[in-house]
Design a protein. Structure first.
Length: 303
C-alpha cells in the first residue's frame, strides 16, 4: 500500500560541521542561504514524489541560487506560497525529524479510503524490537506473538514456535530540557501541538477525487486528523500485520520514513485493498497531488 506524507516542522538553514571538508565555493553558498534567514525544510524520499511539488505553480525557484549540491544531495531553494523553502531528496527508510516531509506510506485504518490525507497526532518507531528471551529490555509497550498468525494447527490447537514473542521497544532520547547524557525513553511521540491544532483548518479542504473524466474514487477524498502513525525500516504489504498494527496500536499511517510525520495522503490498504483493481498504481498520482495540495495549504497557515 502507498501513502504520501509530510513533516510539518521548522528548518533553520543548512548546518555544516566540518568546514575543512567543504569546498570554499560551496561554503559560500551555504552561508548565503543561512544569511537569508529561516526556511521550511521539505524532505522527499524520491523523485516520483518530489516532481508534483516541483511542477506546482505554487513553487518558485530562487533565481539567484536555484539549488545547492552538497554531500551527494541537491538542495532546491525557492518559495512555496511566498514562504521560503528548501527541498531535498533523502531516499527510502528512516530520516531525521524536524522537516516538512511527504512520501509513500500505507494505510492500516479500514475506515479511510485512497486519496484521504491524514494528520496523525502521535508517531512511533515500530522497528525497534527485542527478540531475546531474557535480555534487559522493556515489556511495557506490547508484543507481537508469531504463533497467533499460524495458518495451520495441531489437533485443533494453535502451537507456539521458536520465534515466540517480539517486544516493541521505546527509543532512547536525550531531552534538551533534561540533564546532559541522561537517557529518557519515548515510544509515542507527539507532533507539535500548535501545528496539530492548526491542521484542523485543513479538514474543510476539497480534494480532487478523479484521475480523469471516467476514473474516480468511490467517494470524495478528505483531510482528517487521526491519533497515530507508525514507521519502521519494513515495507508493509501484509494484511495480517496491517490489521495487527491497527487493532494493537490504533495506527492509521504506516511508512518507512516518518516517525515524526504530520500529514499522510492514503492510497490503499497495506497488504489488501478494496474492490478497485490496480488501485495503488492507478491512484498514486492522485494521492501524491492531494498531499502536495495539503502541504501548500498548510504552509499558508503558518506564521
Amino acid at each position: 500500500m502507498k501513502v504520501y506524507c509530510m513533516w510539518l516542522i521548522w528548518m533553520m538553514g543548512i548546518v555544516c560541521v566540518a568546514d575543512s571538508a567543504i569546498p570554499q565555493s560551496v561554503m559560500q553558498d551555504i552561508e548565503r542561504i543561512n544569511n537569508e534567514g529561516s526556511y521550511f525544510g521539505i524532505v522527499v524520499p524520491n523523485s516520483y514524489e518530489m516532481n508534483p511539488l516541483l511542477q506546482s505553480s505554487s513553487f518558485l525557484v530562487d533565481e539567484n541560487l536555484p539549488f545547492l549540491d552538497f554531500a551527494g544531495r541537491r538542495f532546491r531553494v525557492g518559495t512555496l506560497k511566498e514562504k521560503k523553502v528548501i527541498i531535498v531528496m533523502t531516499g527510502l527508510s528512516m530520516v531525521c525529524i524536524r522537516v516538512l516531509h511527504f512520501g509513500i506510506a500505507g494505510n492500516a485504518n479500514p475506515e479511510l479510503e485512497i486519496g484521504d490525507v491524514t494528520i496523525p497526532q502521535y508517531w512511533a518507531h515500530t522497528g525497534l524490537m527485542g527478540l531475546a528471551v531474557n535480555e534487559d529490555y522493556t515489556r511495557t509497550v506490547g508484543y507481537l506473538k508469531f504463533s497467533d498468525f499460524t495458518n495451520s494447527t495441531a489437533d485443533g490447537k494453535f502451537t507456539d514456535n521458536y520465534l515466540n514473542n517480539v517486544w516493541y521497544q521505546p527509543e532512547e532520547i536525550f531531552s534538551k530540557n533534561g540533564q546532559p547524557e541522561e537517557r529518557q525513553h519515548a515510544y509515542w511521540v507527539s507532533v507539535d501541538p500548535y501545528y496539530f491544532s492548526l491542521a484542523k483548518n485543513l479538514e474543510a479542504m476539497k480534494l480532487n477525487g478523479c484521475v480523469n473524466a471516467t476514473t474516480c474514487l468511490p467517494r470524495p477524498p478528505k483531510v482528517t486528523r487521526v491519533q497515530r502513525g507508525a514507521s519502521a525500516n519494513v515495507f508493509v504489504d501484509n494484511a495480517a500485520y496491517r490489521e495487527f498494527l491497527y487493532t494493537k496500536f490504533n495506527t492509521t499511517a504506516v511508512d518507512m520514513e516518518s516517525a515524526a510525520v504530520a500529514l499522510i495522503s492514503l492510497s490503499d490498504l497495506a497488504g489488501g485493498g478494496s474492490a478497485i483493481s490496480n488501485e495503488a498504481d492507478l491512484f498514486s498520482p492522485l494521492a501524491a497531488q492531494n498531499s502536495v495540495d495539503v502541504l501548500v495549504q498548510f504552509i499558508t497557515l503558518v506564521n
